[in-house]
Structure formats: structure tokens, C-alpha cells
Design a protein around this ligand. Sequence first.
Ligand SMILES: [Zn+2]
Length: 412
Amino acid sequence: MNKQHIIDRFIKYVTVDTESDPNNPAFPSTEKQWDLARILEQELKDIGMSEVTLDENCYLMATLPSNLDYEVPTIGFVAHIDTSPDFTGANVKPQIHENYDGQDIVLNAEENIVLSPSYFDDLLQYKGQTIITTDGTTLLGADDKAGVTEIVSAMEYLLQNPQIKHGKIRICFTPDEEVGKGAHMFDVEKFGAEWAYTMDGSQIGELEYENFNAAGAKVHIQGKIVHPGYAKGKMVNSMTIASEFISKLPKEEVPERTTGYEGFFHLHHMEGAVESTTLHYIIRDHDMDLFQQRKEFMLNVAKEMNEHLGKELIEVQIKDQYFNMKEKVTPVMHIVDIAEEVMNDMGITPIIKPIRGGTDGSQLSYKGLPCPNIFAGGHNFHGRYEYVPAESIVKASQVIVGIAEKVGQKFA
Ligand SMILES: [Zn+2]
């Protein structure tokens, strides 16, 4: 695969602003996502993809037909076109640093913004490679335009190299992943794949099929305001009750003190006055039983406190958000094994670890499309220090080609 061709393609995508908007209920959440969707629609037709469709919700699908004379499962590859609203994605000016020497990379001399391996030590594994960075004023959008680049490049490569045998491949580019809605309008039936992979992981080698079970909890506490000078026996300060509630949750089980498979309660926002206080939590655990126990625990703390207060002053509302895809992937574990084998064949060390978050793939898995996540190659997502080695984009493209080929061989 031609590295420069792939870099050019990536640059073309990241210079189109596709930032999504968490506060807009419209779908997609920003009109500008159509800009890239339409560019990609044309490009997929130009490279010779079949059944190219861009639907009314901005989902772009296409087919690479099988070139085998026997039936194998249809597989899919998925990436998202939007970028994170955490940091601006307008006027991205990618900087290309060839043959990286292992030293600091000055992103912006004027503003003294430096990407340094003394802080971001992952950089050192890419010595000698071509590093693509921002100019320090925007995010890069390798999340997930690296994934988009990889899928298009792999399809193009397979179309140009018909001697590589593969079954039917479906691809889909989705809007609004960064605002948690990337899977919402995904037409799994129309996609018609037996399983798929999101190309949306970080560093080279990542292969993920476990993510959190997730819920949001709103804890509302009712108080009573009275003149503080005459409040004895009358005032109920909801903030005081709130602080007691907070202190009854396990202090070690918070994001800043947990890692790996350890779950947590995370108080991420609160607003309060004497009269009323609301605590906003997220609850996370990879293990379904522990996840249920966490929710129970929170409800019990409220129940006991209410009993003690003699009144129902604390009300807890818990809403499930997403679930661990492991439950849907382990029954079809060969889909992970195939990706792992391909990486091993290519000399890439698979990094298999639980995601401490969710992916579109977890929602897709629960919609009937088992969907592990594969590295797209970037680092430091959602900010000005985001970068991606061009070599990782090339490798991920080759992993896609390898998976397509391996599925053809496995099901021969
Ligand atoms: Zn992403």
C-alpha cells in the first residue's frame, strides 16, 4: 500500500470540519457532517464500490462484492465521520513530521505548544516514522478519520488486487459517535453483515471486545428553607444531606482511583441550594453482577437515609446507558480470534484490554451485530496533542485486508 496516497487521503478528510454537537437533538447533530459524507459517497463510487447509499440520517453504506466461488459470512467495517465537541475541529492544519527523531515536536512556535515524548512517552515507539500532528490550535480528527481512511484504502486495495480472495464486505460510516448516538439510527438489517469491526481504537495492536456496563443516576434531595435565625428544628438543608449521601459511597471506587476491570461511581456534576440539591452520577462496571450491585447499593443508601430521616427526602433515578459487548461477542469468539491471528501474522502484537468506556460497537452488538473494536492508530484523542503515525494507518488498512482474506480461507 502506498503510504503517501494514504496520507493524502487522511489529510483530505481531517480538513473537513465534522464536529458533532451534544446539545442538538437533530440527527445528525450538525449539518456539516453531510459535507464529508457526500465526499465519501462520491469517492466510494469512484473507487468502484457497489451499492453505495447515503441515507436520510447520514449513514453511508457500501458493498465490496465477494470474489469467491463459495459462500462465506458477510463481514463489515465501521468508522465514524464526526469529531469530538471537546475541542475545535474547524480549520485543522495537519503537520507532517517525516522520519521522527524522538525529540520534542513543536506544534506551534508562536504559542509555545510542544508535543513532547517526556510527557507523551508513547511517541518514542514511533521513532523513524511519519508522525501527523495538529498545529496546536485544533484537534486532529484521527479519531476517527484514521478509521475512515483505513476502510476506504483497504477497499481500494482489494478492488485493485482481485487476486486477493474475500467474501462480501459491507462498510458503514456513521455520524454522531462522539455524542453517543453513532449506533442509534444504524440499520443493522440493511447492513446485512454477520459481524463487523469498528476501526476506532487507539494505538497499533489494540483489539477490544469488552467495555463497561453503564448507567446514569440522578439523586434528588428535597430540603426546606427557613430564615436561618429561626431555623431550629425547621430547616432541612438538602446540601448537608447530599454531602452525607456522597460520603456513604465507597471512596476508593471512583475514576481517579480505579483501573483495568475496576468499576466506579462517578459524581460528575452537582447543583444545590438549601431547598433542593441534585447529584449526577455515572455508574460503571465491566461485570454485570457487580454493575447490578452498584445500582442496588446506591438505592439502598437512599432507602436507609430516608428511613433515618423519617421522610422520603432522597429520590434516586437510575437509567441504563449501554452494556458490555463481551456478552454478545464471546459466543462468537472466532471473530476476535481472526483479527488476532491477522495481527500476529503481520508481526503486530495484539493489545487486548477492556475498554473503560463504551463504543458504537457495544450498542451495535446489542442490536444484533457483534462488533469488536480494532486500532485506528491515533493517540491523545479529543485535543490539541492528538497525533497519528502514518505507518499505523497503513498497518490498520492491511489488517482489514488480512481479515477479509482470512474469513475467505476459514470458511472454505
Ligand atoms: Zn472514535
